[in-house]
Design a protein around this ligand. Structure first.
Ligand SMILES: [Zn+2]
Length: 125
C-alpha cells in the first residue's frame, strides 16, 4: 500500500484511509503527498519527478466537498498512470495524446475523469 502523507491542515480535510484504499485500487506504487490550496487558480494538480519520486498532489478546498473528492480521484489516477507506465513513457504518451487528439480526448484525461466518478462509491474528503 503506498504511503500517504500530508500537512496537519490537510489532514483535517482529507480521509487518509480512503485515499490509501483508492491508491491501492488504482495501482499507485510510489508514496503520495497531498496538500491543499485555498485558491481557485487550480482545482487539482499532480507532479512527479525522477529526482523526487513522490506523487505530489495539490487540490483546492475552494470547491465543494464532492468536487474535491472527484479531483483527488482524478489526480490519483494520474499517479497510477505514471507508476504503471513509468514516468518517461507516461510523459511521452501524454504529450503525444495532447498533440493528436487534444486535452479533452487525451486517453489519460478521459480515464482520470471516469475515475473521478468513483467518489460516489468512496469519498476521499
Ligand atoms: Zn487530469
Amino acid at each position: 500500500m503506498p504511503q500517504v502523507t500530508c500537512s496537519k491542515a490537510t489532514a483535517k480535510v482529507i480521509n487518509v484511509q480512503a485515499i490509501e484504499i483508492a491508491a491501492r485500487l488504482l495501482g499507485v506504487e510510489n508514496p503520495i503527498h497531498i496538500r491543499t490550496t485555498k485558491g481557485r487558480r487550480i482545482t487539482g494538480c499532480h507532479r512527479f519527478s525522477i529526482f523526487d519520486p513522490v506523487h505530489r498532489i495539490t487540490f483546492s478546498t475552494a470547491e465543494s466537498a464532492e468536487d474535491q473528492s472527484k479531483t483527488l480521484w482524478h489526480e490519483l489516477t494520474h499517479a497510477a498512470q505514471t507508476d504503471q507506465l513509468g514516468l518517461v513513457d507516461y510523459a511521452k504518451q501524454y504529450r503525444s495524446q495532447n498533440r493528436s487528439v487534444g486535452y479533452r480526448q487525451n486517453k489519460f484525461e478521459v480515464q482520470a475523469r471516469d475515475c473521478g466518478d468513483w467518489h460516489d462509491a468512496l469519498s476521499l474528503v
